[in-house]
Design a protein around this ligand. Structure first.
Ligand code: DQA
Length: 140
């Protein structure tokens, strides 16, 4: 699980858009779901694009896929797209909000067309739906 920039502020960050659950709450729910599915889960958050790219390269050989909320990097980062393509692992893109219903600069994702799937608009539930989707994809 990769959480991009500013997601550590969830809970206090624009709650009308992102809800009141903290990142820790979300990680706890994801960890419980992973256990239920019998999957392993490692979680990483960074506000720094380069650290995210380094983490992807560092863990790629020991993970089967990535769940990623790229946050603002969704709309800006060719480097994140290239990093995920470079390690050749399936990934699912998730968002709490519905970026398509927001400012025009959030309508484009540099990742969506190379993702296995994209889940957005369900608040913290998007993460759980995304994990279920990624797990089913890997299992099948
Ligand atoms: C977000 C949507 C992005 O546009 C924004 O930059 C975020 C959060 C979401 O989960 O809704 O930081 O990825």
């Amino acid at each position: 699980m990769i959480h991009g920039p500013n997601l550590a502020l969830l809970g206090r960050r624009e709650p009308e858009l992102y809800g009141t659950r903290s990142l820790e709450d979300i990680d706890t729910a994801l960890t419980a779901l992973a256990e239920e599915l019998g999957a392993g889960l490692e979680v990483f958050q960074s506000n720094h694009e380069g650290r995210i790219l380094d983490w992807i390269a560092a863990v790629a050989d020991r993970v089967d896929g990535f769940l990623v909320n790229p946050a603002a990097l969704t709309h800006t980062s060719v480097a994140l797209r290239d990093a995920l393509l470079a390690v050749d692992r399936p990934f699912v893109e998730v968002h709490l909000s519905n970026p398509k219903a927001r400012e025009p600069f959030r309508h484009h994702s540099f990742l969506a067309d190379v993702a296995t799937g994209v889940v957005f608009g369900f608040g913290s539930e998007s993460y759980l739906l995304g994990l279920r989707g990624l797990y089913a994809h890997l299992r099948d």
